[in-house]
Design a protein around this ligand. Structure first.
Ligand code: BES
Ligand code: MN
Ligand code: ZN
Length: 513
């Protein structure tokens, strides 16, 4: 889909040829003297339209307007959330109308976050999964113009471009997540990662069972043992700053199907455990966005990927495995497999001397009970990192909520037979899982996002959401060093490398919106 940001007041929007024009009407809508303004003013006066976000009134070829179809939609207080609600409703209503070219007129005083919300809402609502349908219908929308009264207002253009790159990443993650588990195997994820790296101009290594064994990832290997599909350990390297700048490392849980293993899950809704690679998909989606946005920082992506199946060779309750860190783990429940593959990836992350490590995992049903499908669970050993992720979540409308990591929560992980057990009791399950991971993340500032409730929706709207790609991309963009004029110029007129750039300073907490 081709997005464009244009300066286009309502008067000029009247003359713009398109299949559908979506006009957001906020509480403080001030009509001009153009045909669209008159249409809205009439409708408001007759109470056929209100400013309640998402309320729609449509018209067919109103006079003085070049668009075939006009959708007036309430945009409430004009906040990013209200814009999202309005655009979702309008684009949803256009489904099946075969509109190809769409014009979205945002409220006059829309802020950068509102532009972001409009782009993501169009992209999100017009996505349809077709990969394994025998008669796929092509996407209807192909060209989308986002119209604002003045596109040169500070921040609008930058935020628009960030939103466009992020939308590509979110869609990439959704598509991977939705693929059936007989297609989206660990091997397939490795292939997609390689392709993404080639197209995006960054590096990628895909390790198989032999290399992983050489690394000593005994915990990860133990989970993979129950499946005939070979494991993969994917390493992505995006370099947008000098090699001396320490990277952010993203670690994504890549269980392409979680049956529970010998501690097998009940049959109902087990199909949804194909989404257990949502963390991996969000890391790949974030790299898709990095390829589009080329920010000035270094990012490493790590994805341990395998299936969790019961088999004659599978991991059993009671088994003790040795992780790459040297710590031994007693496996009391083979369904707590996510932490067993993540712990070795967290140890592997040490070699990059990262400035921060964020792992992303559909880790616990307990997190779904605690936070539902609205906010992802956030755990962190570092207040500054936690705050930066919380801020990014709010900014991208992809929110998370911080949960505690008191040492007392680790009591239940004690065992007589190894250094640590992989499960504690039923209480505080999301927290005890995070406490387990924390033992392997002592060498750097670390955060853990439990996305079990947010990575996909069940029921009638079943499908991957692409979360938390929005949060992650926003966080990464906020970690860039401030652009100096000289650096900006150097980027627009590429020159042969001269002096080495100074290492980037951390700038979290200083963002302006
Ligand atoms: N992938 C699941 C977590 C999950 C469950 C996500 C349901 C979304 C919905 C994870 O591997 C798992 O099975 N966790 C167990 C841990 C338990 C055995 C301590 C869980 O949450 O039940
Ligand atoms: Mn499990
Ligand atoms: Zn799992």
């Amino acid at each position: 889909m081709d997005f464009q940001l244009k300066t286009l007041g309502l008067a000029r929007a009247c003359a713009e040829k398109c299949d559908a024009l979506v006009l957001l009407v906020g509480e403080d809508f001030k009509p001009g003297r153009d045909a669209l303004s008159r249409l809205v003013a009439d409708a408001l006066a007759a109470q056929g339209l209100g400013s309640q976000a998402g309320k729609i009134l449509s018209a067919w070829r109103p006079s003085g307007v070049a668009a075939a179809r006009v959708l007036m939609v309430g945009a409430g207080d004009g906040s990013a959330r209200a814009v999202r609600t309005a655009v979702r409703a309008a684009v949803g209503a256009l489904r099946g109308t075969r509109a190809r070219k769409l014009l979205v007129c945002l409220p006059e005083d829309v802020r950068p976050a509102g532009v972001h919300a409009a782009v993501s809402a169009v992209s999100e609502t017009s996505y349809a999964y077709t990969a394994t349908k025998s008669k796929p219908e092509p996407r209807e929308l192909s060209k989308v113009i986002i119209a604002v009264s003045d596109a040169t207002r500070p921040g609008l253009q930058t935020r628009f471009e960030a939103a466009r790159g992020t939308a590509l990443g979110i869609e990439f993650a959704r598509e991977l997540g939705n693929l059936p588990p007989n297609i989206a195997t660990p091997t397939y994820l490795g292939q997609r990662a390689r392709l993404l790296a080639r197209e995006g101009g960054f590096q990628c290594q895909v390790l198989g069972p032999k290399e992983v064994e050489r690394l000593g990832m005994g915990s990860f290997m133990a989970v993979a043992r129950g499946s005939h599909e070979p494991l993969r350990f994917i390493v992505l390297k995006y370099q947008g700053a000098a090699a001396s700048v320490s990277p952010v490392v993203l670690v994504g849980k890549g269980i392409t199907f979680d049956s529970g293993g010998i501690s097998i899950k009940p049959a109902s809704e087990m199909d949804e455990m194909k989404f257990d690679m949502g963390g991996a998909a969000s890391v790949l989606g974030t790299f898709r966005a990095l390829a589009a946005l080329k920010p000035r920082l270094n990012v490493i992506g790590l994805i341990p990927s395998c299936e969790n199946l019961p088999d004659g060779r599978a991991l059993k309750p009671g088994d003790v495995v040795t992780s790459m860190s040297g710590q031994t783990i007693e496996v009391l429940n083979t369904d707590a497999e996510g932490r067993l593959i993540l712990c070795d990836a967290l140890t592997y992350a040490e070699r990059f001397e990262p400035c921060a490590v964020v792992d992303i995992a559909t880790l616990t049903g307990a997190c779904v009970v605690a936070l539902g499908a609205v906010r992802s669970g956030l755990f962190s050993s570092d207040d500054e990192l936690a705050q930066a992720l919380l801020d990014a979540g709010e900014s991208a409308l992809d929110p998370c909520w911080r949960l505690p990591l008191d040492e007392d929560y680790a009591e239940g992980l004690k065992t007589h037979f190894a250094d640590v057990a992989n499960v504690a009791g039923r209480q505080g399950g999301a927290i005890t899982a995070a406490k387990f991971l924390q033992r392997f993340a002592r060498m750097y500032p670390w955060a853990h996002l439990d996305i079990a409730g947010t990575a996909w929706r069940g029921g009638a709207a079943k499908g991957a959401t692409g979360r938390p790609v929005g949060l992650l991309v926003d966080y990464l963009l906020s970690q860039q060093p401030p652009a100096t004029r000289a650096a900006k110029k150097a980027r627009s007129t590429p020159k042969p490398a001269s002096k080495k750039a100074a290492p980037a300073k951390k700038v979290s907490g200083t963002r302006a919106r």
